[in-house]
Design a protein around this ligand. Structure first.
Ligand code: TYM
Length: 339
């Protein structure tokens, strides 16, 4: 039972490459909404980034941390309302992650599909950090006793592991309800945005084709071009939601339209039923430009003043540590590290 814990949101993104429409619709858009409902903590997870892509590239990592912080703010995260900080600046994350490495079982880590995808064929060449990544993620969340975690669908399995870690810690140490059983918040039509070139693949930062994704840094022309060139099948738009079955590209574009406009899918389908994609894509391009292009403009303004971004992140780290430090101190006491 986790009903004794105060509502608190935690979420994060990796500073690897530029953020894209999937990150925005699956997570960021909901982060902004949640700020009006409960206290929120939003993190740039640079320690996760060095488990793979950012390893050995310190300058790129530093730049990416500021870019992601700027994207959060440009999309509507208010650093006065919410805590916005960089993971490595709050050591409590690493301390609790070690304890969780000892709570979680090898079998749990072995089941993580994201590790299998990211490690690829040669898992012996993946970093040990990539393998223990989910335990650090559990620590990110539980070091604040966060109750709600807004993410895209691909993070669901990691959040199940977070609940398992919390439950096992609470049971093993006989501290009922010390850590909450966190709820995933996976909401809206954009929880799994697919590639614009291949409806079977997730929109991803690591896809070789830039046309497969809309970056939050794309200007208006680029956003419109990518939507107009998005792959579709040769048939017109379906008459009803059932008609989307087996048509992943069509379904993806309708989902994107719905998530960007907050208009339900059924209403959109009813409006464009039987029409060719060209007219639909023109409208979708207008909507996407209206939502995404201002984010790119605001990001550029914010990135022009890196000292101010650094100040915001530093202030956030102090506020984050003030919450996390007493919780990790208590966890250490429970484990037997101190009296
Ligand atoms: P990351 O950096 O891969 O992605 C950040 C967020 O974007 C969502 N997302 C998507 N949503 C919809 N469609 C897509 N195509 C798409 N691609 C990405 C992700 O679900 C995520 O919400 N492990 C996390 C980072 C993390 C974290 C945490 C998240 C570390 N600690 C604690 C929450 C709480 C990750 O790699 O996300």
């Amino acid at each position: 039972m986790s009903n004794t814990h105060k509502p608190l949101v935690f979420s994060g993104m990796q500073p690897t490459n530029t953020l894209h429409l999937g990150n925005y619709l699956g997570a960021l858009k909901n982060w902004v909404k949640l700020q009006d409902q409960m206290p929120c903590i939003y993190c740039v997870v640079d320690m996760h980034a060095i488990t793979a892509v950012a390893y050995g590239k310190p300058d790129e990592l530093r730049t990416a941390v500021r870019e992601v912080a700027a994207a959060y703010i440009a999309a509507g995260v208010d650093p006065k309302k919410s805590v916005l900080f960089q993971q490595s600046a709050v050591p409590a994350h690493a301390e609790l992650a070690w304890i969780f490495n000892c709570v979680a079982r090898l079998g749990w880590a072995d089941r993580m599909t994201q590790f299998k995808e990211k490690a690829g064929k040669h898992k012996e060449r993946a970093s040990v950090g990539l393998y223990t990544y989910p335990m650090l993620m559990a620590a990110d969340i539980l070091v604040y006793k966060a109750t709600h975690v807004p993410v895209g669908e691909d993070q669901k399995q990691h959040l199940e592991l977070t609940r398992d870690v919390a439950q096992k810690f609470n049971n093993d140490y006989n501290v009922e309800d010390f850590f909450p059983l966190t709820e995933p918040v996976i909401m809206g039509a954009g929880t799994r945005v697919m590639s614009l070139r291949d409806g079977a693949k997730k929109m991803s930062k690591s896809d070789d084709s830039d046309m497969s994704r809309i970056n939050l840094t794309d200007d208006a022309d680029m956003v419109a071009q990518k939507i107009r060139k998005a792959r579709t099948d040769p048939n017109p738009l379906p008459e009803n939601e059932k008609g989307l079955e087996g048509r992943p590209e069509a379904e993806n574009l309708i989902n994107i339209y719905s998530a960007l406009s907050d208009i339900p899918r059924a209403e959109i389908i009813a409006r464009f039923a039987g029409q060719q994609f060209s007219g639909f894509k023109n409208e979708l391009a207008d909507i996407a430009v209206a939502k995404i292009a201002p984010i790119a403009t605001r990001m550029r303004e914010l990135l022009a003043d890196p000292a101010e971004l650094d100040r915001i992140l530093k202030d956030g780290a102090l506020r984050a540590a003030a919450i996390a430090d007493p919780i990790v101190a208590e966890a250490k006491k429970i484990v037997g590290f101190s009296h």
